[in-house]
Design a protein around this ligand. Structure first.
Ligand code: 5GP
Length: 218
């Protein structure tokens, strides 16, 4: 593989905008993708699995992690702490993977600052705030007070759209899936990820790469 390092794909946007559903398709289609599992102090929702959706920890444990410099970035969102482990991201990047984050706007800003060239970011939103509220109610995982808080937080998040590379207005899930896949493939094709010298050296030689398309895993 001529790609010498992995890429980062950040998905942000209001909770309930469809990020998780879109993520599922991404992982079905892009074999080389790695989901950065965040650590959180939030209580698990029904169906959420430890180590798959989040690492669920106590506030004390989380604060210990901050002290020990365990997190690449962390933030307080909706009254809970969320953070990304530095070590697992570094290791996935070294393996040439597409590291996918579902993080808030603060996390986006921090990751982009740490890895400006590797990062591609997408803001995912519902067409209207009314639709966001309806989806949160339909999801049935939060009480009215939490939904109000999430919708209010969405207002703040919407103001940051301009910081992102791409925007997906999630009207139609199938269309949004296609769009996200194109963005992910483009993120993995950035020139900066390639060891250009070895690519050119191989091009000059008669050696044919083992796979016809060197962009394996796309
Ligand atoms: P939820 O409670 O709905 O799973 O997530 C609430 C918000 O926290 C979402 O906007 C989600 O993207 C964000 N989030 C999840 N993990 C992280 C993280 O590791 N860092 C940051 N900054 N935000 C996160």
């Amino acid at each position: 593989m001529e790609r010498s390092k992995g890429a980062i794909l950040i998905l942000s946007g209001p909770s309930g905008s469809g990020k998780s559903s879109l993520c599922k398709t991404l992982f079905k289609e892009i074999k080389n993708a790695y989901f950065s599992v965040s650590t959180t102090t939030r209580t698990p929702r029904e169906g959420e699995i430890e180590g798959k959706h989040y690492h669920f920890v106590s506030k004390e444990k989380f604060l210990e992690g901050i002290e020990e410099n365990f997190f690449l970035e962390w933030a307080e969102v909706h009254g809970n702490y969320y953070g990304t482990s530095k070590e697992s991201v570094e290791s996935a990047l070294a393996q040439g993977k597409l590291v996918v984050f579902d993080i808030d706007i603060q996390g986006h800003r921090n990751i982009k600052e740490s890895y400006p060239e590797l990062t591609t970011s997408v803001f995912i939103t519902t067409p209207t705030q009314q639709e966001l509220r309806e989806r949160l109610v339909l999801r049935g995982t939060d009480d009215k007070e939490t939904i109000d808080l999430r919708v209010m937080h969405a207002y703040t998040e919407m103001k940051h759209i301009k910081e992102f590379d791409f925007v997906i207005v999630n009207r139609d899930l199938k269309e949004s899936e296609k769009l996200l896949l194109s963005i992910a493939r483009a993120a993995l094709s950035k020139r900066i990820l390639y060891d250009v010298e070895s690519l050119v050296a191989r091009w000059k030689s008669k050696e044919t790469p083992k796979t016809p398309n060197s962009q394996q895993g796309i």
